[in-house]
Unconditional design. Structure first.
Length: 414
């Protein structure tokens, strides 16, 4: 089968990781697969990646200015984008299929927001080639925000403008929609996108279990990590994701640091409690000044290094207001780490409360701290949850299962 995927980047967040995992699985299975992206990663060369020039089709002076600063090339569009308005002026999208070495059997689109894709081209593309769209977040459904819970805070003028134009863009589309959670697909069925959907299905995300592991056989490195953990008096809580102050779609380091500080003050047994943060930092410049017990690792794209970060921590804390089907939870569980996460979005579809980790009510900060304290002090339960979490991840979230599910979906639409 000839499969062309389109993704905003090769290495960034969970959505981009899913596209790369699928691409690798398809090529391993002998399919003709390519991945189009405007942001290939030169540090991690991947066979079958086709770079995309999002300034293709623009006048020469605009292309030259874009290399200096894209705001200089298109100042009005940049101004509007900062205020939440969609930007459809990307002529390259109309020539997307011309970039391929062959006519694809399936065109698979991942995150299209962020100012790099012309949504008006969805209709002609989907009428020419069977097109699959994966809903990694809520942006296409809300008209702007990545999460549903902040729509009232978004610029209402921008939301109305975006929704009206998206309704026109979706009018003639024939899309096959996939969501990693039943929760997200439920929202899609009642959105403006619904009339454009020919077929829909839930396919949970998967991860590379050869890279993420802890207790399983052949994990010699895990033994070294276990010994190092017991030799170190520190107990690490791990936060992974895009860090940001007050952003519901981002991890909330302030809450995690505050919980850790309070528990360390209240419990003598937790005097060595430390916080480790992995991910890009946004709007949180004073992070290092808050406490000496915080280690900011920064963004980690190498999966082997990311596994070491998971394995060195006692548990993963995923403090967000809303999320769809975060890969960080799957990765942490595969590394034998129980998870503390809110009972929101598609997270309850990822693990069982009390078996593979614990969930808390998103507005109950005190209840969250009590749950965290119990997970840290009850070592026997923590170990049992960690082993159950890894077994659960291996059974349900292998990327090969995800790829097989997508291939079955492709076959049903072609």
């Amino acid at each position: 089968m000839r499969i062309a995927q389109v993704s905003a980047a090769q290495t960034a967040g969970g959505a981009e990781r899913v596209a790369v995992d699928l691409h690798e699985c398809y090529r391993e299975a002998g399919h003709d697969a390519v991945l189009l992206t405007p942001n290939p990663d030169p540090t991690q060369p991947l066979e079958g990646v086709i770079p995309v020039d999002t300034d293709a089709g623009r006048p020469g002076w605009q292309r030259a200015l874009s290399k200096v600063d894209h705001r200089l090339a298109r100042p009005r569009a940049s101004w509007r984008r900062r205020r939440g308005y969609d930007d459809y002026d990307y002529p390259w999208t109309a020539k997307l299929l011309d970039l391929l070495p062959w006519e694809p059997d399936v065109l698979h689109l991942h995150n299209l927001h962020g100012g790099w894709f012309d949504l008006r081209q969805l209709a002609p593309l989907s009428q020419r080639v069977p097109t699959v769209l994966t809903l990694h977040d809520a942006s296409l459904l809300t008209g702007g925000p990545h999460v549903f819970c902040v729509q009232e805070q978004w610029g209402q003028g921008a939301l109305r403008w975006n929704r009206e134009r998206r309704a026109k863009a979706f009018a003639e589309c024939r899309l096959n929609v996939v969501a990693p959670s039943r929760w997200m697909l439920g929202h899609a069925s009642s959105s403006r996108l619904a009339d454009a959907v020919v077929r829909s299905e839930v396919i949970p995300n998967g991860i590379d279990l050869s890279r993420f592991y802890f207790f399983r056989k052949s994990a010699t490195e895990s033994e070294d990590l276990r010994r190092a953990e017991y030799m170190d008096d520190s107990v690490y809580l791990l936060g992974v994701g895009l860090m940001g102050r007050g952003r519901p779609s981002h991890a909330a380091p302030e809450a995690l640091i505050g919980d850790a500080a309070q528990l360390a003050d209240d419990e003598e047994d937790l005097w060595a409690l430390r916080v480790k943060l992995v991910g890009r930092r946004r709007r949180f410049g004073l992070l290092k000044r808050l406490t000496s017990s915080v280690e900011w690792v920064g963004q980690v794209n190498n999966r082997d290094e990311l596994r070491r970060q998971y394995s060195s921590a006692r548990l993963l804390t995923h403090y967000v207001r809303e999320d769809n089907f975060p890969s960080v939870i799957l990765e942490a569980m595969a590394c034998g780490r129980p998870v503390l996460a809110p009972r929101v979005g598609g997270i309850p579809e990822q693990f069982t409360d009390g078996v593979h980790g614990r969930m808390y009510d998103v507005d109950d900060a005190e209840g969250r701290r009590r749950t965290l304290k119990k997970m840290l002090t009850d070592v026997e339960t923590w170990a049992r949850m960690g082993m159950a979490a890894e077994e659960h991840a291996c059974r349900h979230f292998d990327r090969r299962r995800m790829a097989a599910d997508y291939l079955g979906f492709y076959a049903s639409i072609t």
